[in-house]
Design a protein around this ligand. Structure first.
Ligand code: GDP
Length: 189
């Protein structure tokens, strides 16, 4: 499965938490530093492809374009992917590039798990509202992906949503995700 998200969204922390080991992925203090794919094996046997964080303004435009093309092709063409975990800072969800990721991956018919990260930084009512808003936006914008998409709260620091996310990933790995239905993939690009 692929893990993707805006730089600094909390992707490395989530991978480390879900892999139940520390420092599997380097937790960078500098947003946008990761410029390659790291692969990690989960205890459940699945392999995580840690895709480069996107949306970091200080990266040169040519580099941004290169990674954007790369991410598009990876998400559209990598047939071994069983699902996509998309990380969004709960305070800044659904950026334009987050939508690109969804547009590229949803045609695969496979599952997408959106983790609203750093949920501990919000109050209980803010968390509930953010979750409701993102779910409603997903339903509205991607009605065809309704069976594929799940959105949940997550905090690596507090370990909120870890069991839930691990269960979703386990379902993908077991091969009985609702996303297994055949759909044509986008060609080219
Ligand atoms: P990445 O760039 O997406 O891989 O993000 P990192 O995992 O490196 O996290 C970026 C920053 O957010 C770091 O300073 C982390 O300590 C912090 N962070 C990550 N997850 C959480 C969380 O669940 N709660 C809080 N409060 N901070 C977090």
């Amino acid at each position: 499965m692929a893990f993707a998200g805006r730089s600094n969204a909390g992707k490395s922390s989530a991978i480390n938490t879900l892999a139940q080991r520390t420092r599997l992925a380097f937790v960078s203090k500098t947003p946008g530093r990761t410029r390659h794919i790291n692969f990690f094996r989960l205890q459940s046997g699945g392999i995580v492809a840690d895709l480069p964080g996107y949306g970091f303004a200080a990266v040169p435009a040519a580099m941004r374009q290169h990674w954007r093309t790369f991410l598009a092709r990876y998400l559209m063409e990598r047939r071994s992917l069983v699902g996509l975990v998309l990380l969004m800072d709960i305070r800044h969800p659904l950026t334009p590039l987050d939508h690109r990721m969804l547009e590229w991956f949803l045609p695969s018919g496979r599952g997408v798990l959106v983790l609203l990260t750093k949920a501990d930084k919000c109050s209980a009512s803010e968390r509930a509202l953010a979750l409701k808003r993102v779910r409603a936006a997903m339903d509205r914008i991607y009605p065809e992906g309704r069976d594929q998409l799940a959105v949940q709260l997550f905090s690596a620091t507090r370990r909120w949503g870890v069991a839930e996310a691990a269960a979703a990933i386990a379902t993908w790995l077991a091969g009985d995700a609702p996303a297994q239905k055949e759909r044509p993939r986008h060609q080219g690009e």
